[in-house]
Design a protein around this ligand. Structure first.
Ligand code: ADP
Ligand code: MG
Length: 252
């Protein structure tokens, strides 16, 4: 694999406040290959969300360069999808009205796109809940609906900022597994931010470990665990434990 869809090159970010400046990111570099599921793991406050905001073009880096499909970020036409910790489903809209929101905003409502969304709802078992309000759905279903809303605009890259952290630990395991399966199934590339080592290992093809602020890349791990076994077996395997211990030491 040598055709990265995303290249982060030597990115730094300094936040300027009234009286001081604070360096959040320092010389961050890594690549994400097409179809890869990559996690960034690092301590709270180290700058993970900041980096996603930079990739989503919400803030500009202080230095460094980002390429998407070999094109500088600012000129890139590649569609990115962004999913956050809170699902941000609107309670006054039903599930159907929520999942087509992105298409509405982009002025892209047409038969073909609506059929695409309809099929996503069918494929991922939400079709019978089209007319339900978000509050009538379980946490896991809401997160699936939020993902479908993100997928509706057909993004090439998904940016996921701790999307499971609002779920209780039982639900979290199942839902995170479901979400990753959907992302893989739809052949998307994903960059997930998390501070949960278990989650990162069980979901990712590659893990990037960030240090404390100003954060830099401590290490990049390729994960080659056999993903066939179910998530519980996976988490009790020796390979998994070795990986956990290595990353744990790097983070502490
Ligand atoms: P993480 O997502 O890893 O928890 P963040 O990227 O949210 O970390 O924040 C990194 C650091 O930058 C934190 O110390 C945070 O307080 C600070 N920070 C975040 N946003 C701003 C901002 N707009 N202005 C100043 N400091 C900020
Ligand atoms: Mg964050």
């Amino acid at each position: 694999m040598t055709n990265p869809i995303l290249q982060v090159k030597n990115i730094g970010l300094i936040y300027h406040t009234n009286s001081s400046e604070m360096k959040a990111l320092s010389d961050i570099s890594f690549n994400v290959e097409k179809g890869e599921f990559v996690s960034i793991i690092g301590p709270s406050g180290c700058g993970k969300s900041t980096l996603l905001s930079i990739i989503a073009k919400l803030i500009s880096p202080s230095y460094g360069e980002i390429l998407i499909n070999n094109v500088p970020l600012q000129e890139s036409k590649t569609t990115l999808g962004y999913m956050l910790q809170k699902d941000h489903l609107f309670e006054w809209r039903n599930i159907w009205q929520n999942v087509i929101l992105g298409l509405e905003i982009k002025n892209n409502i047409n038969d073909k796109n609506l059929e695409f969304v309809e099929n996503l709802l069918k494929r991922y078992d939400l079709i019978n809940f089209k007319t339900y309000k978000p509050s009538q759905l379980s946490g896991g279903m809401r997160q699936r609906a939020a993902l479908i809303r993100t997928l509706a605009i057909n993004p090439e890259i998904l940016l996921l900022d701790e999307p499971f952290s609002a779920l209780d630990s039982q639900t979290r395991l199942t839902v995170s597994n479901e979400i990753v399966n959907i992302i893989k199934n739809e052949n998307k590339t994903a960059l997930l931010v998390t501070h949960d080592i278990n989650e990162a290992i069980s979901l990712s093809d590659k893990i990037i470990v960030f240090s404390n602020r100003p954060s830099k890349v401590i290490n990049i791990h390729k994960i080659n665990l056999s993903k066939e076994s179910d998530i519980i077996n996976l988490r009790t395997s020796q390979e998994f434990n070795e990986c956990f211990n290595t990353i744990w030491k790097e983070l502490n």
